[in-house]
Design a protein around this ligand. Sequence first.
Ligand code: PHE
Length: 446
Amino acid sequence: MSKQLHAHWSSRLTFVLAATGSAVGLGNIWKFPYMVGESGGAAFVLVYLVCIALIGLPILVAEWLLGRRGQKNPINTMSELARHNGLSRGWTLVGISGVLGAFLILSFYSVIGGWSLSYTLGAVTGEFSGLDADGVGGLFNGMLASPGVLLGWHSLFMILTIGIVARGVTSGLEGAVRTLMPALAVLLVILIGYGMTTGHFGEAMNYLFNPEWSKLTGTTVLAALGHAFFTLSLGMGIMMAYGSYLGEEVNLLKTARTVVIMDTVIALGAGLAIFPIVFANGLDLASGPGLIFVTLPLAFGNMDGGVILGLMFFLLLTFAALTSAISLLEPVVEFVEERTPLARVGATLVAGAGAWALGIAALLSFNVWSEPLVFGLDVFNLLDTLTSKFMLPLTGLGAILFTAWRLDRRSVQSELGLSGGSATLWQLVTRFVAPLGVIVVFVGSL
Ligand code: PHE
């Protein structure tokens, strides 16, 4: 069946960079910092870290372990592992839902990646210069109102993604993350350094880290749980696909610890880059697209050095989005490559073109096709809801249940190098705590 030897990461470092690149995305930049600030600062960070340790990290390890054992795309990995262990073929659904989820998310993720590209250019050409709040709002809404503009940027972003993935795991994915991740780190450090000069760094530190236990409620804990899951790109077949290129020598637990630490540090760093600028310019806090595409451009357009800082910020955002987008395309391409006669380039073109076409329906939701399709949701929100609320938690749940309850316990423990107390802890966490956590997120989000 296989046309060539299955690819492998050329080192543990590039694997770490690729996995971190996937994990660090829009969520780290437009969601996490704001969530921390609004939900209790250090108190929230603490809860979040517990969620990461008890839910995110075990599922991350489980997905890598499954992928590494299968050495195939997530769908074949699940069907073969099920067959191998004499289990129901129904487990294949976990792989199917993962690959499908990645495909669906990529379609609209690319639309937002396109916004980021557009604002990178906007920063260079000084498009925000001197604009007031209405001006930057008008700029953003103007972009959303134009199908042609959105299509152009979405297409460009998808072409970049396809261009990287088509070159394969070693030259494409590794080549990209080897350049983009260090660049991302450098940009982040410079932006934080700038934040320190604004005179409002302390305010940002206080906003992010001052613990306010009273702000911890059921809702904020639920948000921490959900984000711990989303930020590690779990339940999308991504980490399974990345695991399928892993060799036996890599220590999964240690590697997962590195990845979650980097993901969290970068997310907090993003807050230390963003909030000093927001506070120094006396702007109102917002979250999500509003913070990134309206509030920050307003600041960049009205401060000294705004052109260069704006350029650096939107490059950072674009790099974060691009390394996540390639990770979304990878499981789909791996599947097409292994299941059809197509080679890498053909498989990437087919998978990428499919997601691109679906992305057109998503981008029309902002303008000519904004009427709800079903359940009062337009295509963009339908894709978002279907994937993040349903497919991801259920896929992640399937992966952890399969690993904890269906695979031979001893072989998993020896693969992870666990014994004695640590083995018992792993057993407890993966069999009960993590699945329960996902179920809570799933039910809570409905
Ligand atoms: N982990 C990404 C983030 O935190 C989210 C993501 C990555 C979503 C890849 C989809 C695909 O932003």
